[in-house]
Design a binder for this molecule. Sequence first.
Ligand code: PDD
Length: 277
Amino acid sequence: VLFGDSFVDTSVQQPYISLEERGLQFGDGIYEVVRLYSGVFHLLEPHLVRLYRSMEEIELKPTFSKAQLVRWLYELVEQNQFRGDGMIYLQISRGVQPRNHIYDPQNVPTLYAYIVGKERPLSSMQQGIKACSEQDIRWLRCDIKSLNLLPNVMARTSAERKGCTEALFVRNGIVTEGSHSNFFLVKNGALYTHPATHLILNGIVRQYVLSLAHTLEIPVHEEMFGLRDVLQADECFFTATTSEVMPMVQLDGTAIGTGVPGPITYALQEAFSEGVK
Ligand code: PDD
């Protein structure tokens, strides 16, 4: 079961998308990925806050209220009788309009969402993953969760061809984030991550991990750092809705710290898991 206002063709029970849908032609839209554990939403509210912020930043005006959207999301879970671990992909684009670079701010947006099962990545969280550095060639509004993911897609594919699970973006010598995750390093017991500027997406799990660190009394520095700092770090990890707290144990073939996930990463994983039960 999916939902979307204008666009489920009830005669065939198939969703359809118009040829002149701006999300398709221009990537003119935004999205969210929300996690469910045992059929229960995880961190839904901050995802909605970010969704509305993304819409506002691109002048996309929803034709539905936030309360309506929340009702649809719960209906999606109920109609699918979804009780497992999974995720909802939710996309809102500018809608249908004769192809033109100029958008009409009054255009009716297209909304759709669907739910899929997704297990927690427990074994990679235990073992850690390898990452490869890639040039961050994205635009200067990475804070918007835009549909334009071509640089992310290319970087991750390039990293995968070099035997890596994630790409670590570097812009002008500064490590920004992963291709689909945020990035943290641990040095001398303190946590470092790129500040939430227009150069990164302020991840929901990033924000959550910062709050967990606060509770665990782990010092946090939202500061810029370079690749050398990463290679000299004691521990490193990525965070994302689908990856949780994912240790990075190797970068470009060089082991990080002892080459296995470290104690602070582990403590944050534990604290995260506590919130999932
Ligand atoms: N990606 N940075 C980028 C570029 C991302 O695409 C994501 C999420 C994150 C982490 O954000 P969050 O903690 O809110 O998931 C950071 C999603 C999961 C995706 O595109 O699949």
